[in-house]
Design a protein around this ligand. Structure first.
Ligand SMILES: [Zn+2]
Ligand SMILES: [Zn+2]
Length: 171
């Protein structure tokens, strides 16, 4: 969803928009579909910059990293961006981006892409290791039983390490 910057009135422009966004590509290579994504907030012009302040919400379909059960997670994220015309200079180290720089997004000076902003914000909010619930007991690494449904008779692993890693540690 593109906004023509010169059509934003001096008093600002309210945004209340349902967006159809493509699935998020997660760090594990899986795609996580998004539904009901809604962007709410205000766009304001500050000199040649355009500032957005508001929030994005939506439901993302994930797979539990412990028990592999699909589940849905509702995300509600504050969203603050400053769109600045032109290319942004990179700071010395890309790892030392301060929050202000993260909120700065270059644009062509003509129009800004709110869908892209909403998609990035949702992407940042998706957990790296999604859990269907905090107490998920996961799948037994020995016999493959879903330990949320039934328990098995395998010896309980005391550590959180995978069988391979604990073997290596013992040697
Ligand atoms: Zn789970
Ligand atoms: Zn087992």
């Amino acid at each position: 969803m593109f906004i023509e910057v010169n059509k934003i009135p001096p008093e600002g422009q309210e945004v209340d928009q349902v967006l159809a966004l493509p699935p998020i590509l997660q760090s594990n290579g899986e795609f996580a579909p998004l539904e009901g994504v809604k962007l709410v907030g205000v766009l304001r012009r500050r000199d040649s910059d355009v500032e957005f302040q508001g929030q994005v919400e939506g439901v993302v379909s994930l797979v539990c990293s412990r028990c592999l059960t699909p589940f849905k997670l509702t995300l509600e994220e504050a969203c603050h961006r400053i769109f600045r015309p032109g290319a942004l200079g990179r700071s010395e180290s890309e790892h030392e981006l301060v929050e202000e720089e993260l909120a700065l997004t270059p644009f062509d000076g003509v129009r800004i892409d709110l869908s892209e902003m909403a998609r990035e914000q949702m992407y940042l909010a998706v957990p790296l290791k999604p859990l269907c619930r905090e107490s998920c007991r996961g799948i037994c690494p020995r016999c493959g039983t879903d330990r949320n449904i039934t328990s098995c008779n395998c010896p309980e692993d005391k550590s959180d390490l995978s069988p391979l890693t604990s073997k290596l540690t013992l040697q």
